[in-house]
Design a protein around this ligand. Structure first.
Ligand SMILES: Cc1ncc(C[n+]2csc(CCOP(=O)(O)OP(=O)(O)O)c2C)c(N)n1
Ligand code: SF4
Ligand SMILES: [Mg+2]
Length: 351
């Protein structure tokens, strides 16, 4: 007689995270973007990442500029703090928020127009300062909100549906950030769930400025068969330079990765980025090689994705400034008023 066995039930996803919150606690308002917009996928990954990490929503400050991309913080982490600033001005608001209260985890959401054109001056100084910020560029190669004009990340010779051709060279935000000393630089494709989940969690836990340039197709203005920022083009042509997962310090679950040789890079809080070691994998500790790869890809008109550069050399801005741990707004007069001795020392210096 053959024995009938009940198949083991598939492991259910837990209803709550490590701080007993439901995923719903990390959601926001209903999106008003076009159906199929890449930015909505990013919203989903951000919601998942913060839920997985078990970060208290009230500890997060979401900053943005102007654009379809900059609207998205309304659609996730509805119980967090947020400020939708002026076009291109998110970096200074994000820096100010972190200085005022360094216990907050700051996130900046921007677009290719918002960062690479009007906000370029602000972007480069945020990178230089290394103020903690998970900086996500929802990059679609166009100004979606204002009806699809080419942006500064659009490639030379790119065509629009109406036949318009882009006559200008593009700016590669990743290679620029590496040149400026950024310690966490990655590019991901919104259509690659595994890559997006790992990169957003890792960037969220990075202690300084973490740039994540996400290729996020605009289905209304830049998603044709000849568009390099379209879903189909990216699925067929993206060159992935390395495969990695993220292991949070609080988690005993291994990073989602097939068996094989791996190499861990530890974060100050004990989290790890786990890289799969393959002969052709890019080593993200090699700054010069990362720049070379990106320059070569530019020449060949290729779009690379992966974690290009990772180091912890530069101190985050609040640490470099010697800020106290306590939020500045909650400091009381006795803590703010210098003592007679300190005042005397200052006066002596100017005597
Ligand atoms: C000072 C100022 N200049 C211009 C505009 C018009 N404007 C609004 S959004 C935008 C570009 C948005 O493009 P991007 O950041 O790529 O966002 P997307 O809509 O593509 O997500 C522009 C030029 C503005 N709102 N404010
Ligand atoms: S216009 Fe483009 S970027 Fe804006 S919501 Fe629609 S698809 Fe998304
Ligand atoms: Mg855009």
């Amino acid at each position: 007689m053959s024995e009938t066995t009940t198949p083991a039930a598939a492991p259910k996803a837990p209803a709550t995270n490590r701080i007993n919150r439901a995923r719903k606690d990390y959601e926001g308002a209903k999106s008003t973007l076009c159906i199929g917009c890449g930015h909505d996928l990013i919203t989903r990954y951000i919601t998942d990442a913060f839920w997985n990490l078990g970060i208290e929503p009230h500890r997060v400050a979401k900053m943005s500029g102007i654009g379809c991309s900059s609207k998205t913080p309304a659609y996730f982490l509805g119980k967090s703090w947020g400020f939708n600033s002026v076009h291109g001005r998110m970096p200074s608001v994000a820096t100010g928020a972190k200085i005022a209260n360094r216990s907050m985890m700051v996130m900046g959401v921007s677009g290719d127009g918002d960062t690479a054109s009007i906000g370029m001056g602000q972007f480069v100084h945020l990178v230089r300062r290394n103020s903690q910020c998970l900086y996500i560029v929802e990059n679609n190669g166009v100004y979606g909100l204002t009806k699809g004009q080419f942006s500064a990340t659009s490639d030379l010779g790119a065509k629009k549906k109406d036949g318009d051709i882009n006559l200008l060279h593009s700016i590669d935000l990743c290679s620029l950030a590496i040149e400026l000393g950024c310690g966490f630089v990655a590019r991901a494709f919104a259509g690659n769930m595994k890559q997006m989940q790992a990169v957003i969690q890792a960037a969220a836990m990075y202690p300084g400025l973490a740039l994540v340039d996400v290729i996020s197709p605009c289905v209304t203005f830049n998603n044709f068969e000849f568009s390099k920022y379209g879903f189909d083009y990216m699925k067929d042509h993206q060159e992935i330079v390395n495969d990695f997962g993220f292991v949070p310090s609080t988690d005993h679950v291994e990073a989602a990765m097939e068996p094989g040789e791996t190499k861990d890079v530890a974060f100050p809080d004990g989290s790890k980025v786990r890289f799969k070691v393959l002969p052709e994998s890019h080593d993200p500790s090699n700054r010069i090689k990362a720049i070379e790869l990106l320059h070569e890809a530019y020449e060949k008109s290729e779009i690379l994705t992966g974690l290009f550069y990772l180091d912890f050399e530069n101190k985050p801005f609040s640490e470099a400034m010697g800020l106290v741990d306590q939020p500045l707004a909650s400091l009381q007069e006795p803590e703010l008023r210098p003592s007679a001795e300190v005042l005397a020392t200052i006066m002596d210096r100017h005597a």
